[in-house]
Design a protein around this ligand. Sequence first.
Ligand code: NAD
Length: 300
Amino acid sequence: MGAQIIDGKAFAAKVRGQVAAHVARLKADHGITPGLAVVLIGEDPASQVYVRSKGKMTVEVGMASFEHKLDLDTSETDLLALIGQLNADLKVHGILVQLPLPKHLDEDLVINSIDPAKDVDGFHISNVGLLGTGQKSMVPCTPLGCLMMLREHHGSLSGMDAVVIGRSNIVGKPMAQLLLGDSCTVTIAHSRTKNLPDVVRRADIVVAAVGRAEMVPGDWIKPGATVIDVGINRIDAPEKGDGKTQLVGDVHFDSCAEVAGAITPVPGGVGPMTIACLLANTVTACCRSHGVDEPEGLTA
Ligand code: NAD
């Protein structure tokens, strides 16, 4: 293996440390405690795990955590009423509605009912527009985490060729905007892209956000390129013989690590950075709402 491993777990711990230090300063100098409200509808096991670990880490960095667990059959009216209360609550600086939502709830309507200043997921249409026009916004956590790792590894990204595989609103598109903001030459590839291997082969930076286990093999990677693997896929692991599943990315790690200059592992790469960036966004939102200095290096 030739590639340097980009340790997202260690970097996320560093980011959480920076967030905790800023929270301590906000408390000591201004008497402000940043607060994050997380709304979970239904009992999807994966979502419950995410919400629990978000709540735990929120408290660990010294912020207030408000969890709202609603029944699966909660009506849109009741959910919008709760979001209205959280929008008005001065103790709440960040609001996250855990996705995906049950089918009877209109995701766009729900997301766009969140106060954009408290939209720590960065999915509100106002934040999407601000990001797209290069203005100060709340930036989606997963692409923000990827950007931070790339900046940490490379310093400047200016002039680099970047290929983002995947065009979702939560990862692919905002990732492309962020790379463009850092002066990369950006290509967004997707399910209809022709000659995907050739497109990926010209990239100095590859961000894979597809949701297909190990679909990017090493012979698609330009020697020395940096590979950021956003994918989280569970596959059977019969060789382990314990009947359990294994977590893998969208990138075939072993073959890509032979060729790449640097690569993020799954698990332990992008995943931990996503939650760290949620905490960073909450402290940023809190500082902006109170008109006090926001932490440096924790946003785009
Ligand atoms: P999505 O399903 O919304 O989007 C997938 C994208 O992949 C689509 O734009 C589609 O065009 C593209 N695609 C599908 N098949 C393709 C193919 N054969 N070739 C090229 N492109 C193809 O998924 P998403 O929400 O963007 O998530 C992508 C992956 O990232 C998933 O595995 C998800 O679990 C993971 N994810 C991880 C984190 C994290 O914190 N690490 C956060 C969000 C998403």
